[in-house]
Design a protein around this ligand. Structure first.
Ligand SMILES: *Cc1c(COP(=O)(O)O)cnc(C)c1O
Length: 226
């Protein structure tokens, strides 16, 4: 009987917010979800939304209130950077030197400095994006010196889709290690963000030092792709 009564968005949001410390930023992952639901969360006070397709983010940006801070959370192709460069709040998926240079060019054209997180492949799955080697990271850091229109403010990673809490925790701690390693090269105090944690693992992420959680299905319900 109980599941006949649908929870309101406000109840769902409050349940989630109760589990997130105030020092951790909630990013509501709204990919594939309609404008009306995003607006409803906006009216409940949510300002940070995450999308993974640039064109979809642009459409939503043009329709929804300008106070929304849009996060690019999925792999970003260099030829798509120009669409989001005028307004994107934070790119979580900086995963190559080529992408860094493109973001810098597009940011310059828009007279902006674009904040980015370096994405690491912490699950070691070949299908997943993200930096995998120390070589790649040093190549990226070398190029970063010349990039006046990009500011790297932290790291991002996705753990394996797994029931094994120990395994997930090990991967998150690995990301925290990468963060501290980078901090010895990027000394600016704005370098302080660790974006880790999704619907199934955000509590583990928070317990291990996450500063930003990216939550989709727990807020919006399961996604359907067509
Ligand atoms: C889709 C997505 C999320 C949200 O996933 P949920 O399991 O629905 O919370 C978070 N981060 C990234 C990079 C995603 O692509």
């Amino acid at each position: 009987m109980k599941n006949l009564v649908e929870k309101s968005l406000e109840e769902i949001l409050n349940e989630v917010l109760q589990t997130i410390p105030e020092t951790v930023q909630l990013i509501a992952v709204s990919k594939t979800k309609p404008i009306e639901v995003i607006k409803a969360f906006y009216d409940l006070g949510i300002r940070h939304f995450g999308e993974n397709k640039p064109q979809e983010m642009v459409d939503k940006y043009l329709t929804l209130p300008p106070a929304i801070k849009w996060h690019q959370i999925g792999h970003l192709q260099t030829n798509k950077v120009k669409y989001i460069a005028p307004f994107v709040h934070l790119i979580h998926s900086l995963d190559s030197t080529k992408l860094l240079l493109t973001i810098n060019d597009e940011a310059l054209k828009n007279n902006r400095i674009i904040d980015c997180l370096i994405q690491f492949n912490i699950s070691n799955e070949v299908s997943k994006y993200g930096i995998k080697t120390i070589n790649e990271i040093h190549q990226l850091l070398d190029s970063y010196i010349e990039c006046k229109n990009v500011r790297i403010i932290g790291v991002m990673g996705m753990a394996s889709h797994s029931e094994d809490i120990q395994k997930i925790q090990t991967q998150f701690l690995n990301l925290v290690e990468h963060f501290h390693y980078l901090k010895s090269f990027i000394t600016d105090s704005s370098f302080c963000e660790i974006s880790m944690g999704m619907t199934n693992d955000y509590l583990i992420a928070i317990a291990n030092g996450s500063t930003m959680v990216r939550i989709g299905s727990k807020l919006f319900g399961e996604r359907t792709y067509n």
